[in-house]
Design a protein around this ligand. Structure first.
Ligand code: BES
Ligand code: ZN
Ligand code: ZN
Length: 489
C-alpha cells in the first residue's frame, strides 16, 4: 500500500516528482526554487483531470506534474479523490520511487479541510491499488510513498484518517480479488481471527458447522451441504474505550463462490461469482479500519461464509429447511442462496447481539444491476432516518445509495406452499431485489432499525473513476459503513 506522510509546505525537500493541483483559470504557483520552462505553466487550463508534466530546469524537484481540478467552486470530494488518484497513478507511470503532492490551499474548498485530507489519502492509496499477490513473480509498485505538503491541521488530520479508511477498503479489495480456491470459508474465518488478534479493540468468535447446527441455523447450513468446504460464521466485536452509546450489527454475505447449486448458473461469467463474498469483505474491511478508530459504539460484524457448489448431498429444489428463528423455508431455487445465509445471520444478530441497528451488505440479486446499474447500491432502509443517513454517507464517500421499495406485496410474494416461506417469489411479481429484501425482512424484528444493502452492481465492474472502477473488486461498503458510523458518533 502506498505510504502517505505529511510535511510543512514551507520549504520543499528534494523530490523526484512534485505534483501541483491547479484550479481552472489559476496560474500554477510553483514553490520557491522550482524552475520550469516558461511554456509549462503558461495556459494550463486546469480542466478537471487534465495533466501536464515536465522536467524542471532547476531546484528541488526533478519533474513537475500539474493536475487540473476544474472550476474552483465545483471542487468536491470526488474531484479531490480523483486528482490524488491521478497523482499516484502518474507517479507510478513515470517510474519515480516517491512523489511530493502539494495540498496547499486545498483546505479552502466547500467540503472542508478535514474531509479534503481524507479524500486525498484515499484517492492516492486506492488509485495506486493493484492486485498483484497471485503472480508467481509479483512486480512490486515502483512508487511506494507520497509526501503531502500542507500547513493545515485539519487537512493533516484528515490525511491520517484517510490512511485508515483506505487501508480497510484495500483490504476488502484483496479479499474480493482472491479466487474461490484461495479464499474458502475457512480461510475467510482465519483472516477475521487474525485481524482481531492484531487489535486490542477487537474480539472474534468463529462458529463451525456443529456450533451452527446447535443454534438451529438450518438455512445457512443448507447452502454448503453440497460443498466439500465447511461453512463458517464469523462474529467480530469492536468495543469502545469509554461508555457505549449503542450497538450496531454489520452482517455480510460471504459466499466465497456461488455456482448456483443444482439451479446451476450458466458457465459464461460464472467465474465472477468469486466476488459473491463482497458483502463479507466490506464488513471485514470495515473492522480492519475500526481496529485503529475511536467510536462510542459497540460494533458487531457477522459474516456468513459459505460455498454454493454441488455434489450428491446438495439441496434439491423444493427441499424444506428450518431457520434459526423457527420459520420453515422451501428452497425452490438453490441459486437464491444469499438470502438463506443472511436469514440465519440476521436472526443470530438480532438474538445474540440485540443491536439498535443492523446493516446487511450482500451481492444478493442480479436484478439490482438491471434496476440501478453498477454505479449505485440499492438500499432497503426500514426508517427514513436510516435512509437519509446512508444516502448522505454514500454521497460523501462516492458510493451512492439509492432507496428501493420493500412493500407488503413483496412480502406476500415470498410465502411458501408447504413451508412458511419460499426463497423465490413468483416471476410475475418482478422487482427481484425487493423480493430478496422482503425475504430477509422475516428475519429482522420490527424493533430493530435495519437496512439491507444490495451491492451486486457496485461490488465490481463499476465505471472507471481513477480511484475505483473496472472488473476487479471495488471495496464498496467499507468507507460507506465507516462514514455512517463516524457521522452517527
Ligand atoms: N450472487 C447472486 C446474485 C448476483 C448475480 C450478484 C449477478 C452479482 C451478479 C445470487 O446468489 C443469485 O444468484 N441470485 C439470483 C436470485 C434468483 C434465483 C431469485 C439472481 O439474481 O438471479
Ligand atoms: Zn446465487
Ligand atoms: Zn450469491
Amino acid at each position: 500500500m502506498m505510504k502517505i506522510s505529511t510535511t510543512s509546505s514551507a520549504r520543499l525537500a528534494k523530490t523526484p516528482l512534485l505534483i501541483i493541483p491547479v484550479c481552472a483559470g489559476d496560474k500554477p504557483v510553483l514553490p520557491t526554487g522550482v524552475k520550469t520552462p516558461a511554456a509549462f505553466t503558461a495556459k494550463f487550463d486546469g480542466k478537471a483531470r487534465s495533466t501536464r508534466v515536465t522536467f524542471a530546469l532547476g531546484g528541488p524537484a526533478n519533474q513537475v506534474l500539474l493536475i487540473g481540478l476544474g472550476d474552483r467552486n465545483g471542487v468536491d470530494l470526488e474531484g479531490l479523490r480523483r486528482c490524488a488518484a491521478i497523482a499516484s497513478r502518474q507517479a507510478e507511470a513515470l517510474g519515480v520511487d516517491k512523489a511530493t503532492f502539494s495540498a496547499e490551499g486545498l483546505e479552502d474548498f466547500d467540503c472542508g479541510a478535514n474531509a479534503a485530507g481524507v479524500a486525498i489519502s484515499e484517492g492516492a492509496i486506492l488509485g495506486a491499488y493493484t492486485f498483484r499477490q497471485l503472480k508467481s513473480k509479483p512486480v512490486a509498485a515502483k512508487c511506494k510513498a507520497m509526501v503531502v505538503c500542507s500547513d493545515d491541521g485539519g487537512l493533516k488530520k484528515g490525511l491520517a484518517q484517510g490512511r485508515i479508511t483506505a487501508g480497510g477498503c484495500a483490504y476488502a479489495r484483496d479479499l474480493q480479488n482472491l479466487p474461490g480456491n484461495k479464499l474458502t470459508p475457512s480461510e475467510f474465518a482465519k483472516r477475521a481471527r487474525k485481524i482481531a488478534k492484531d487489535s486490542t479493540r477487537l474480539t472474534c468468535k468463529v462458529l463451525d458447522e456443529s456450533a451452527m447446527a446447535k443454534l438451529g441455523m438450518g438455512l445457512l447450513l443448507s447452502v454448503s451441504q453440497g460443498s466439500t468446504q465447511p461453512a463458517k460464521m464469523v462474529h467480530l466485536t469492536y468495543k469502545p474505550k469509554g461508555r457505549s452509546k449503542g450497538r450496531i450489527a454489520l452482517v455480510g454475505k460471504g459466499l466465497t463462490f456461488d455456482a448456483g447449486g443444482l439451479s446451476i448458473k450458466p458457465s459464461s461469467g460464472m467465474d465472477e461469482m468469486r466476488f459473491d463474498m463482497s458483502g463479507g469483505a466490506a464488513v471485514l474491511g470495515a473492522f480492519h479500519s475500526l481496529a485503529h478508530m475511536d467510536l462510542p459504539y459497540e460494533v458487531h460484524g457477522i459474516l456468513g461464509c459459505s460455498e454454493n457448489t454441488i455434489d450428491g448431498a446438495a439441496t434439491k429444489p423444493g427441499d424444506i429447511f428450518t431457520a434459526m428463528n423457527g420459520l420453515t423455508v422451501e428452497v425452490n431455487n438453490t441459486d437464491a442462496e444469499g438470502r438463506l445465509v443472511l436469514a440465519d445471520c440476521l436472526t443470530y444478530a438480532a438474538r445474540k447481539v440485540r443491536p439498535d441497528t443492523i446493516l446487511d451488505l450482500a451481492t444478493l440479486t442480479g436484478a439490482v444491476i438491471v434496476g440501478v446499474g453498477h454505479e449505485l447500491t440499492g438500499i432497503f432502509p426500514s426508517s427514513e432516518t436510516l435512509r437519509d443517513e446512508l444516502v448522505a454517507s454514500g454521497l460523501r464517500v462516492g458510493e451512492q445509495c439509492w432507496p428501493l421499495p420493500l412493500l407488503d406485496v413483496h412480502k406476500d410474494g415470498m410465502k411458501g406452499k408447504s413451508g412458511d416461506l419460499s426463497n423465490i417469489g413468483p416471476p410475475s411479481l418482478g422487482a427481484g431485489s425487493s423480493q430478496g429484501a422482503a425475504f430477509l425482512s422475516s428475519f429482522v424484528p420490527d424493533s430493530i432499525d435495519w437496512c439491507h444493502l444490495d451491492i451486486a452492481g457496485s461490488a465490481w465492474n463499476t465505471a472507471q473513476r481513477d480511484w475505483v472502477g473496472g472488473a476487479t473488486g471495488s471495496g464498496v461498503g467499507v468507507r460507506l459503513i465507516l462514514d455512517y458510523l463516524q457521522t452517527r458518533a
